[in-house]
Design a protein around this ligand. Structure first.
Ligand code: ZN
Ligand code: FE
Ligand code: FE
Ligand code: ZN
Length: 272
């Protein structure tokens, strides 16, 4: 990739600690430099409190090593690339207090809040795909959007990850859910969270950026800020499809995206 990247920040990438990503963090950083990115944030999956699964997230005992590993990369790349230290934490009702405590233990640059579970069901996990057959797709969508809304209002998170992840496998609702999205947009605005334009959806059965353009227009109308994330689980995926992400944001009416440090918006970047 030799054309300069239109977006200079990639805020969503993983490390091998989550059990389903590969490549050492410094390789992600190298790739970012090659792609013309100026700033990356590592946001590996935080330890889960609901249950443990070494193929989904790091264990609590691995968290100090994660932070140290990213700090090392940050020091190594000083002057070439800004490396932020973040985390992607699950929103699972009933575990808010433990999540809050975990997140307060370290001065993260930002925290991405994600919904990957409806109760115990990992609805975006290929291993649990057949559970979709036992469910009403419309109900799953409604429940998902309700959880995303609750995650915003929980106050635990700065950025919400892939806010229509429920579409990942291509199951489509048969009812109009725009009322849910309008309500989510108001909740996001009220909570002061940003939503992420996550380009990984292009490479999933849904074949579409998260969130959909229709939803993104609603968030824009409400004044919800955006960030960009590739959700890279391999070094070569850093900044993947960011030109498409930029076009998506522009098509929704966005003129800028935001940058974070120490859990606050510190700057806006124009989306030329
Ligand atoms: Zn992951
Ligand atoms: Fe995620
Ligand atoms: Fe992720
Ligand atoms: Zn993610």
């Amino acid at each position: 990739m030799n054309t300069p990247c239109p977006i200079i920040s990639d805020y969503h990438m993983h490390t091998p600690l989550c059990g389903h990503a590969s490549g050492e963090p410094r390789l992600y950083a190298e790739r970012a430099v090659q792609a013309g990115i100026k700033e990356i944030g590592f946001s590996d999956h935080a330890p889960l409190f609901s249950h443990q699964d070494p193929t989904v997230a790091m264990n609590i005992s691995q968290l100090p090593g994660y932070l140290q590993m990213i700090e090392t990369v940050r020091n190594e790349f000083k002057g070439r690339l800004d490396v932020l230290i973040a985390i992607e934490a699950d929103f699972i009702p009933g575990f808010e207090a433990q999540t809050r405590e975990l997140l307060s233990d370290y001065p993260y640059d930002y925290v991405i809040g994600s919904v990957h579970f409806i109760e115990k069901w990992g609805f975006d996990n290929p291993i649990q795909l057949k559970e979709w057959d036992a469910r009403d797709v419309n109900d799953v969508y409604r429940e998902y959007f309700r959880l995303v809304r609750e995650s915003a209002l929980s106050g635990l998170f700065d950025i919400l990850g892939h806010v229509d992840l429920v579409k990942k496998f291509g199951f489509i609702p048969t009812v109009d859910l725009s009322d849910e999205i309008e309500e989510n947009a108001r909740a996001f605005k009220q909570a002061g969270v940003a939503v992420e334009i996550n380009t990984s959806g292009l490479h999933k059965p849904a074949q579409e950026i998260y969130p959909s353009l229709e939803h993104l227009k609603i968030y824009k109308k409400e004044g919800v800020p955006i960030t960009f994330g590739s959700d890279a689980h391999k070094p070569e995926q850093v900044a993947r499809d960011f030109a498409k992400g930029q076009q998506w944001a522009l098509a929704a009416g966005y003129k800028e995206y935001v940058r974070f440090a120490k859990r606050a918006v510190i700057a806006t970047v124009p989306l030329k």
